[in-house]
Unconditional design. Structure first.
Lengths: 291, 120, 292
């Protein structure tokens, strides 16, 4: 079993549309939507939820106000400004470190486990999919990402599927790290803009930091052909595989509105270019079932 | 001497769980008394972070001096090392087979982590 | 002209034009003689400086406290590991060892150690850079590559953003802790979206987030015309004001790709961004003594 993660650094470069297209193209795979913070893949894959589980995250302090003597020790010790003048816990600011709980002489503070979201195993017209919904304003998205990946790998192993395709999240922080450590290949979808290049450099730095193989695909390349050339040259210098480029095509948005992948929606140029990218990725990963 | 083996079930016939930090549990085998007991790893399977470190703490508490598992990440390796527990990776099959391999010198002692952190 | 106001620009989905709105609004305000400060809190991928061509004048590292064990004093009692909820310190019958990457900097272990063997040093998680360009005071955070926790850096960046005038915060995308850290304490949140199913779905999540924090907000629809009418319908049903619309225009995308301001490429749009700010300012909550 192999794992492919699609990431982007910068948001909105077309990562999820490309994952949806790969879902339609790959023969033997499980999908894992690890963009748990703002998951969109289900909008295209229309999953049928077969299993629904609660995700518990970290801890949060609770003050039993009737037992609180207002001695102020907790407020002085808390480094996250999570306890207000009225000894109410600001659950968003609270890190769950337990310093207040340990210090309270009156036993007025308890540490509770937070329900931080849900995760699902679903069936889609393109096979099984594991996805999740992180509660609003929650932390520990990295842990939820790990959980989604673990479940997807389990399904792949049980059903002898060749590939796990992971839709990563934007940025370079905790959820991205959790979605890319140990994968066989990371595909960065970028766009030919100065911001896109800046963010690609950061994400490539992250891949290097964690020892990941990285391939790059330039989406909407014709918005700025000169910038596209710069990205391709940069990739060559850095020894990164260029998995192809995809021209700007309004079809991509129209497919999204129709709730299907580009591949299912059209056989136009964007669909052809994405197919080419897919074939190159499949070759790069030495997949047997290319479809 | 006590040996801890990551296990997906409760006795010597269970399979070795390839994970350390998030292993289902540990079979603790005593090489002198030839007895085994099971320690569940419930708390750490779903730990937010530091599962490997807390699992190291758990088996250190059992008095085990050797750990047999599939893979071991860098933080767990550091913690096990500090606790003076020797690590043997690459085990598979049943717990009994893994102990046999260890006893006959067919498992190699790990000189460092063999997987990156966050791998599962 | 002076108006004390903090406006955060956020979006559920990335790449909808959050930075475009933030930088063009800041530049338009500056040119209209407002005193403006732009704070880039998208510390994982800070991009605002690209458009403002900011020359940085200072850089300081942002640090979090981490424990250091004095091995002479440590007797391996393990109390530090008992109190640490993050597994960042542990003693297994010997001297305590630390895992700085897991540390949240709560100080619990320092307090728990009976031998006073633990002190704190600092670990760098990124940098805070400052500069000025086009009359805009500029502050940004840069998360170090490989570093997982951005909220402490965002907190540190915001602490630097003090003073009179208009403060515009460019928030990271999403709905989880980094976003909350960035938008808290603002007087108004502008949610930038695009009229597509992905844009709408993530807008809905962002709306839920901002409502939970209780800050007034409005929506800017970017690339208007590319998708369908569902975003407008949603805002109408939810009673959310649409405080601006930026038509889809390839010239905007091209200017963006070169790292240029929209109001330079298409000067007629300058008043659009001033209008967005004006509507945000009139919808903003009134501040008396705000803690942040």
């Amino acid at each position: 079993m192999k794992e492919l993660v699609v990431i982007s650094g910068k948001g909105g470069t077309g990562k999820t549309s490309i994952v949806a297209a790969f879902a339609a193209l790959a023969a033997s795979k499980v999908l894992a939507d690890c963009d748990v913070d703002a998951a969109d893949l289900h909008l295209v894959l229309d999953p049928n939820i077969r299993q629904r589980e609660v995700f518990t995250g970290g801890s949060v302090a609770r003050i039993k106000i009737e037992e609180c003597e207002r001695c102020d020790i907790c407020r002085n010790l808390c480094r996250f400004d999570a306890i207000d003048d009225n000894f109410r816990i600001d659950e968003i600011a609270c890190e769950g470190c337990g310093v207040c709980h340990d210090a309270c002489q009156y036993g007025a503070i308890e540490l509770a486990t937070k329900t931080a979201g849900e995760w699902y195993i679903s069936e889609t017209r393109h096979g099984m999919m594991v996805h999740a919904k992180l509660g609003i304003a929650e932390e520990n998205s990295g842990k939820l990402v790990s959980l989604v990946r673990t479940q997807a790998r389990k399904i792949a192993a049980e059903n002898r599927l060749e590939l796990v395709i992971i839709d990563g999240s934007p940025g370079i922080g905790c959820p991205v790290i959790a979605s890319m450590t140990g994968v066989d290949l990371a595909l960065a979808v970028t766009e030919p803009t100065l911001s896109g290049i800046h963010d690609l450099e950061r994400v490539a730095g992250l891949a290097k930091h964690f020892g990941n193989r990285l391939a790059v695909c330039v989406n909407k390349w014709d918005i700025n052909p000169e910038m596209t050339g710069r990205i391709e040259n940069w990739c060559r210098r850095e020894g990164l595989a260029v998995a192809g480029k995809i021209a700007f095509d309004p079809i991509v948005t129209r497919a999204q509105i129709a709730g299907v992948s580009v591949i299912e929606y059209s056989s136009g140029s964007a669909a052809l270019e994405i197919k080419k990218v897919w074939r190159r990725i499949a070759r790069e990963m030495e997949l047997e079932n290319i479809a | 001497m006590k040996i801890a083996i990551t296990a997906s079930g409760k006795d010597m016939n269970a399979n070795v769980d390839p994970r350390f930090g998030r292993a289902a549990g540990f079979v603790i085998y005593d090489t002198e008394l030839k007895t085994s007991e099971y320690v569940a790893n419930t708390q750490n399977v779903n730990a937010v972070q530091g599962a490997g470190i807390q699992s190291a703490r758990l088996i250190s508490g059992t008095g085990a001096k050797v750990l047999i598992t599939g893979h071991c990440g860098p933080k767990a390796f550091t913690a096990l090392n500090a606790a003076g527990i020797k690590i043997f990776t690459g085990a598979n099959g049943s717990v009994r087979e893994a102990v046999m391999k260890f006893a006959t010198g067919n498992l190699a002692e790990a000189g460092g982590a063999d997987v990156k952190g966050h791998w599962a | 002209m002076n108006e004390d106001l903090i406006v955060a620009v956020a979006s559920g989905k990335g790449g909808t034009g959050k930075t475009t709105v933030a930088v063009n609004m800041a530049a338009a305000l500056s040119r209209a003689q407002f005193s403006v400060r732009l704070v880039d809190c998208d510390v994982e991928e800070p991009n605002a400086h690209i458009f403002l061509k900011t020359v940085m004048t200072s850089r300081e590292s942002a640090v979090v406290p981490v424990p250091v064990v004095d091995e002479e004093k440590c007797d391996g009692c393990g109390k530090c590991g008992d109190v640490c909820r993050f597994s960042a310190i542990i003693a297994l019958g010997t001297k305590a060892i630390t895992f700085p990457a897991l540390c949240h900097g709560c100080g619990g272990c320092v307090m728990a150690c009976p031998k006073k063997a633990i002190t704190e040093s600092s670990r760098e998680i990124g940098a805070i850079e400052k500069g000025v360009s086009q009359g805009i005071e500029f502050i940004q955070g840069y998360l170090k590559i490989g570093e997982a926790m951005s909220p402490p850096l965002i907190r540190a960046v915001k602490k630097q953003a003090v003073g009179d005038g208009v403060t515009i915060i460019d928030a990271p995308p999403g709905t989880s802790c980094p976003v909350i850290q960035a938008i808290r304490g603002s007087d108004y949140v502008i949610l930038v979206t695009e009229p597509t199913p992905f844009g709408l779905h993530d807008l809905d999540l962002a709306v839920e987030t901002v409502r939970q924090i209780g800050i007034p907000f409005g929506v800017v629809v970017n690339r208007a015309g590319i998708g369908d009418a569902r975003t407008h319908d949603y805002c109408a049903v939810q009673d959310i004001p649409i405080i601006g619309e930026i038509r889809d225009d390839r010239r905007i995308a091209e200017a963006y790709s070169r790292g240029e301001l929209v109001i330079d490429a298409l000067p007629q749009l300058g008043k659009e961004f001033l209008g967005i700010f004006g509507r945000a300012a009139s919808g903003a909550r009134k501040r008396e003594d705000d803690p942040q």
